[in-house]
Write a protein that binds this ligand. Structure first.
Ligand code: ATP
Length: 275
């Protein structure tokens, strides 16, 4: 079952400041994470430990980055997996992978001398869709049941405390059992960035790129309504490639404009079904 581990990223240092926009999501997430950081006071007040946070929003908006920043903020080890890695033909294999994921998170934390771990599960709807909806597919049900068992078993007294962060764009198809108190009872909406957020993301991704004097990232932000953070990262990369092709030592406003067009075209082409 190496697959889970292979996608797991250890010790990735992403800070909340490395994430552009998403001020509301960052604020809510930070507030929730105080519970993890102040485990002693939480315990003395008899507050139920926070076990799960669900990040809900469109692709490429920074959910993975937020989960990594959460791990950094709380001094936790980080392990990532995707819902699709748990879907198997054979009954029981998915459930075994879930057990292995939690075990591995504990091991990684111990290896790095940390007392907590963030387990990030992207596309959690793939393993946490409503039970019984996959044509009565027993495998899906068992995998989800195992996740519920693992989350119910988490305790503030564990030698490695685990916080599960799930990401999805399909809250509507999640099994209600996942949303019950004591499981993913914190939900954070991660939206497409607004203009200010887009400008900040563009600034972050051009930090190490030579911009020409005529570049206004505010103008690029105005021209990129509806773009996700991932799209904006592509824009900065495409612009740098265009500059390279022209043997230009700087990235100009024109390069950025063409890169925006290119990303828009790419999106359109992606949506046209193949032959
Ligand atoms: P998916 O749902 O597709 O997994 P996601 O919401 O987890 O997407 P990320 O993987 O966090 O998105 O983002 C992909 C890439 O897009 C990041 O590595 C980063 O380069 C860029 N990016 C996305 N959002 C932001 C942001 N808010 N600030 C800076 N960069 C961003």
């Amino acid at each position: 079952f190496a697959a889970v581990g292979q996608t797991g990223a250890e010790e990735q240092l992403i800070h909340f400041d490395d994430i552009g926009g998403q001020d509301v999501a960052k604020g809510e997430l930070r507030e929730a994470l105080e519970f993890i950081k102040n485990v002693e006071s939480i315990r003395s007040l008899g507050i139920r430990p926070l076990k799960g946070i669900l990040l809900n929003g469109p692709p490429g908006t920074g959910k993975t980055l937020l989960a990594k920043a959460a791990a950094q903020f709380t001094g936790s080890a980080f392990l990532a997996a995707s819902g699709s890695e748990f879907v198997e033909m054979y009954v029981g294999v998915g459930a075994q992978r879930v057990r292995q994921l939690f075990k591995q998170a504990r091991n990684i934390a111990k290896k790095h001398g940390k007392s907590s771990a963030v387990v990030f599960i992207d596309e959690i709807e793939v393993l946490g869709g409503k039970r019984g909806q996959n044509a009565g597919h027993l495998e899906y049900d068992q995998t989800l049941n195992e996740l519920l068992v693992q989350m119910d078993g988490l305790s503030a007294d564990d030698d490695v405390r685990i916080l599960v962060i799930g990401a999805t764009n399909r809250m509507d198809i999640l099994d209600q059992a996942l949303l019950r108190p004591g499981r993913f009872d914190r939900r954070v909406k991660v939206d497409l960035p607004d203009k200010k957020g887009r400008q900040r993301i563009l600034e972050l991704h051009t930090r190490n790129k030579p911009l020409a004097e005529d570049v206004s990232l505010e103008d690029v932000a105005s021209d990129t309504f509806g773009f996700s953070g991932a799209h904006l990262e592509s824009v900065t990369n495409e612009a740098a490639i265009l500059a390279f092709r022209e043997s230009s030592s700087t990235i100009t406003a024109e390069h950025l404009k063409n890169a925006v067009e290119k990303v828009i075209m790419g999106e359109k082409l992606d949506r046209i079904p193949g032959p």
